[in-house]
Design a protein around this ligand. Sequence first.
Ligand SMILES: NC(=O)c1ccc[n+]([C@@H]2O[C@H](COP(=O)([O-])OP(=O)(O)OC[C@H]3O[C@@H](n4cnc5c(N)ncnc54)[C@H](OP(=O)(O)O)[C@@H]3O)[C@@H](O)[C@H]2O)c1
Length: 285
Amino acid sequence: MSKKTWFITGASRGMGVDFAKAALAAGHAVVASGRESDVVSKAVGQSNDLLAVTLDVTRRGDAEAAVRAAVDRFGRIDVLVNNAASFYAGYFEELTPEQIERQLATSLIGSMNVTRAFLPVMRKQRSGHIISISSAAGLVGFEFCTAYVASKFGLEGWMESLHAEVAPFGITTTIVNPGFFRTELLTEKSTNYAEPSIEDYDERRAKQLEFWKAQNGQQTGDPAKLARALFMIGSEEPPPRRFIAGADAIALAEQKVADLKAQIDAYRDLSTSLALDLEPGARAM
Ligand SMILES: NC(=O)c1ccc[n+]([C@@H]2O[C@H](COP(=O)([O-])OP(=O)(O)OC[C@H]3O[C@@H](n4cnc5c(N)ncnc54)[C@H](OP(=O)(O)O)[C@@H]3O)[C@@H](O)[C@H]2O)c1
């Protein structure tokens, strides 16, 4: 396997650390980034093949500086992993507009900021691989998760469309949809709950809070195994457009496919009867 340069966001905690460690263990060069580069260095460990850089994905200037630092040190970037995210949980009516904006700023616009900074380098190289960590919540909506799900559905639509735009330059894309993995996402460092404000939600909110708090530390997915899987698919030529990670995520994706099929079939006749009634010989747009 040829040595590549990987760039990983959100490598101070959680699966980003596993991605960085797995890339180093596989003999690659790694630029590991996070809001505080010294925290990243401490988490990932020392290596001559490692550069730790400061990158808050909501700051476009950070992204541009991180690209320059990465290219100065390693000369090229082969794989970008958009991993950093946070989780704003709560009923839509109780989440403030500012909380929703912060969710989108980190988990959707953040990946766009970073990718925008990297694309000129990848276009020049005429090669590159952009991996974005979505979620099973990028495929299926969940009660209490409107903000997070909106950010992940947005990430998916953006990535699928971006693929078509950059593939002619030799740049490939992969969406990863993890199920539950045991990281720090459900700790108070990463999860922000909406303030209770509407009595109508009291009973269901209590159950949702109990569910999400109980999940922390009980997730069955192993982020170290996910990291190894990522390197396996990252070295395929071409890499897959999507990787659904974990048995729980596969079950949700299969349910989504079945639901879509049922929704199509339920109204197929009505849906296909909507074309303009054109005069014979006239052409539809
Ligand atoms: N764990 C799961 O069950 C699961 C399931 C589906 C999808 N995912 C996705 O997997 C990815 C990684 O999450 P995780 O589970 O590893 O979560 P995590 O343990 O909470 O780690 C989140 C990472 O993102 C970083 N981050 C947050 N905001 C940032 C910002 N503005 N700029 C730069 N870095 C920022 C954090 O850095 P700080 O230390 O500076 O806060 C941390 O390094 C996310 O995209 C998440 O949505 C996770």
